[in-house]
Design a protein around this ligand. Structure first.
Ligand SMILES: Cc1cc2nc3c(=O)[nH]c(=O)nc-3n(C[C@H](O)[C@H](O)[C@H](O)COP(=O)(O)OP(=O)(O)OC[C@H]3O[C@@H](n4cnc5c(N)ncnc54)[C@H](O)[C@@H]3O)c2cc1C
Length: 512
C-alpha cells in the first residue's frame, strides 16, 4: 500500500545544499512534500562556494528565480569561464570558457580543423576561436539573444556570488513557499527498530523532528550519512592531494573581470572570484607540501586589493561517500563528498543530486532499486568529474617543484589514462552523454595543458589549405566583431542588478 502524501521531508543543515534542496522541493512539490529544515546558527555554514557553471541558470529558471533580484541580493556577477595561469607551464595560460569551441563542420568538431591548421604552421591559440574567451578578454558582458539560424554562438554564462548571501536568499525563497525552518543543533538520531530507517532527529532541547525521508546537508561532518549510517568514504587524496584551503576576501579592484582566475602555485592553486562588493580569494593546497602559515603568507602576498578579514583555513578530504543514499537518508552537498573547487562544480553537484532525488522521490518507503540507481548515477558523475580535475594536475608543465613533479608521474585512474591516450592518438574525446563536461571542456583543458594529439581526423583534410585558413580567419573575425558590440561587464551589472547593499549585511559565515 502506498503511503498517503504529503511525504514528510526533513533536511539536516542549511548551507547552500540544504537551502537549494528545500527551495526545489518547496517549488516543485508544494502539496506532495512537507519540508522541515533544521540548521544551527551556532555551527554556521562553510561560507565558501562562490563560483558556478552555466547549468545553474537552468536551476534558477526552473524555480522562476528572477536573475536581477538574485544577483542584487547576493552581490553576484557574471562568469564566462575560468582563466588558468601557470598550469601547462610557467608563464603560460589558457581559458576554459563556457560555450562552443569554434564552429564544427558537419560531424567534425572545430578543434580537429584547428589541429590540422597548427600542423600546417598557422592557426592561433585555441581561445581565439571561442566567443566567450574573446568576450571575457575584453571584460565585457551582456545577455545576447540570437536570431534563429544565426551563425554566431550564444554567450553562455554562470555566476559568482556571495555564498552566505546565497544561502539567505534561498532560505527566504523556500520559507515563503512553506518550508519550516527549525533552529537548533542536532544531537541525536532515532531509528525505526524494524527497518533501521531514521525516524527522527533530536535537538539539544529534546525536540524530535520526525520524517519519512531525511536529506543530510550537514556539510563535511555527514551527520546522518556517516556518523549515524556509516556509509564509508572513498578517499581520493592519492590522486588529488590538496587537503586544505585558506580563504580571504579583499577589496574590489577595477576592472571587474567576468571570469574566475585559477593561478597555479608551488603546492596548489589560488582562486580569485570578483563580486560586486568584494573579491573572494583562496589558496587550495596540499598540507604535505606547504604549511598553513606559508600558504597564508603566499595568499596574502598575491592579493590585488586590501584584505577585508582574517584569513580562514578550511580542511577537507577529497573523495566521496561509498553510498550517498542509505536507508531513507540521502546525502546532498559536502556531506556526500567533495572534489576541490578547481572547476566550480560542487554547487552543480547539489543541483544534479536534487534532480535525482526528485526523479526518485519515494511514496513512503524508499525502494532498494531506487537507492541503487541513485547511488550508481552519483558514483558515475563523481568519478568522471574526478578524472577531469586530475587531468589539470597530471598534465602540468611545472618542472622542479615536488608537488607538481609527483603529480606528473603518478598513475591516474584507468578511465582517464584511456581518455588521454585516445586524444593523443586521434584528437578525439568521446564523453558519454551524462558526463558533466563534454567535448568542449575536455578539449580546452587537454590542449591548454599541452596534451597535443599526434593526429587529427581525416575529414579535416577535406578543406584545402587556403579554405582552411579562410575558415579560421573568418571565425575569429566574427567573434571579435561580435564581442566588440558588448558593453563593459561592470557597467552592465550596475545597470541590470546593482547590489542591494542595505539588505545585505556583511557575510558572517563560521568555520565548521
Ligand atoms: C575551499 C572551498 C571552496 C569552494 N568553492 C566552491 C566554488 O567556487 N564553487 C562551488 O560550486 N563550490 C565550491 N565549494 C563547495 C561549496 O562550498 C559547497 O558545495 C556548498 O557550500 C554546500 O555546502 P553544504 O551546504 O553542503 O555545507 P555547509 O555550508 O557546511 O552547511 C552545513 C549546514 O549543516 C548545519 N549543521 C551541521 N551540523 C549540524 C547539527 N549538528 N545540527 C544542526 N545543523 C547542523 C550547519 O549549521 C549548516 O547549516 C567550495 C568548498 C570549499 C571547501
Amino acid at each position: 500500500m502506498s503511503q498517503p502524501l504529503p511525504l514528510n521531508v526533513v533536511i539536516a543543515g542549511g548551507g547552500t545544499a540544504g537551502w537549494m534542496t528545500a527551495a526545489a522541493l518547496a517549488h516543485f512539490l508544494p502539496r506532495a512534500a512537507k519540508v522541515t529544515l533544521v540548521e544551527s546558527d551556532e555551527i554556521g555554514i562553510v561560507g565558501v562556494g562562490e563560483a558556478t557553471i552555466p547549468p545553474i541558470c537552468t536551476f534558477n529558471s526552473a524555480l522562476a528565480i528572477d536573475e536581477a533580484e538574485f544577483l542584487a541580493a547576493t552581490g553576484g556577477t557574471y562568469k564566462l569561464g575560468i582563466a588558468f595561469e601557470n598550469w601547462g607551464g610557467f608563464n603560460e595560460g589558457y581559458v576554459h570558457a563556457f560555450g562552443q569551441v569554434g564552429r564544427g563542420i558537419g560531424l567534425l568538431p572545430f578543434h580537429q580543423f584547428w589541429l590540422r591548421a597548427r600542423s600546417l604552421g598557422f592557426g592561433k591559440p585555441l581561445g581565439h576561436y571561442l566567443l566567450n574567451t574573446v568576450v571575457l578578454a575584453g571584460n565585457r558582458f551582456a545577455h545576447v539573444t540570437r536570431e534563429p539560424g544565426s551563425p554566431l554562438p550564444p554567450v553562455p554564462y554562470a555566476f559568482h556570488f556571495d555564498a552566505s548571501l546565497y544561502a539567505r536568499f534561498l532560505r527566504d525563497f523556500a520559507q515563503v513557499r512553506g518550508v519550516t525552518r527549525k533552529e537548533g543543533r542536532i544531537v541525536g538520531v532515532e531509528r525505526d527498530g524494524d527497518s533501521g530507517d531514521v525516524a527522527a532527529v533530536i535537538l539539544t532541547d529534546g525536540t524530535k523532528v520526525s520524517g519519512d525521508l531525511f536529506v543530510d546537508c550537514s556539510g563535511f561532518r555527514g551527520l546522518l550519512i556517516e556518523q549515524e549510517l556509516e556509509s564509508g568514504f572513498d578517499d581520493w587524496t592519492h590522486w588529488l592531494p590538496c587537503d586544505r584551503a585558506v580563504a580571504v576576501p579583499s577589496e574590489s579592484v577595477s576592472p571587474l573581470t567576468p571570469y574566475t582566475r585559477s593561478v597555479a602555485r608551488s603546492a596548489g592553486w589560488q582562486w580569485r572570484i570578483p563580486l560586486q562588493h568584494r573579491t573572494g580569494n583562496g589558496y587550495v593546497f596540499s598540507s604535505a607540501h606547504i604549511s598553513e602559515d606559508e600558504a597564508t603568507a603566499s595568499l596574502l602576498s598575491n592579493l590585488d586589493g586590501e584584505p577585508m578579514a582574517d584569513p580562514r583555513v578550511i580542511r577537507f578530504t577529497t573523495g566521496k561517500r561509498k553510498r550517498a543514499f542509505v536507508h531513507n537518508v540521502v546525502a546532498i552537498g559536502l556531506s556526500s563528498g567533495f572534489i576541490e573547487p578547481l572547476e566550480s562544480t560542487s554547487i552543480h553537484l547539489i543541483q544534479t543530486a536534487v534532480n535525482r532525488l526528485l526523479e526518485m522521490l519515494p511514496r513512503g518507503r524508499v525502494s532498494p532499486a531506487a537507492r541503487e540507481n541513485y547511488n550508481r548515477r552519483t558514483d558515475f558523475e563523481m568519478e568522471r568529474l574526478r578524472d577531469f580535475i586530475i587531468l589539470h594536475y597530471h598534465a602540468n608543465g611545472r618542472h622542479g617543484e615536488a608537488f607538481w613533479d609527483d603529480l606528473r608521474v603518478m598513475s591516474v585512474p584507468e578511465t582517464l589514462q584511456q581518455r588521454i591516450e585516445l586524444f593523443r592518438a586521434t584528437g578525439g574525446v568521446f564523453p558519454s552523454a551524462d558526463e558533466l563536461f563534454d567535448v568542449r571542456g575536455w578539449v580546452q583543458v587537454l590542449i591548454g595543458q599541452n596534451v597535443v594529439p599526434e593526429q587529427w581526423h581525416p575529414l579535416a583534410d577535406e578543406l584545402d589549405e587556403e579554405r582552411l585558413r579562410e575558415f579560421l580567419d573568418k571565425t575569429e573575425a566574427a567573434y571579435v566583431q561580435d564581442a566588440a558590440r558588448l558593453p563593459d561587464a561592470a557597467a552592465y551589472i550596475a545597470g541590470f542588478a546593482p547590489m542591494n547593499r542595505q539588505a545585505a549585511a556583511p557575510a558572517t559565515a563560521l568555520a565548521q
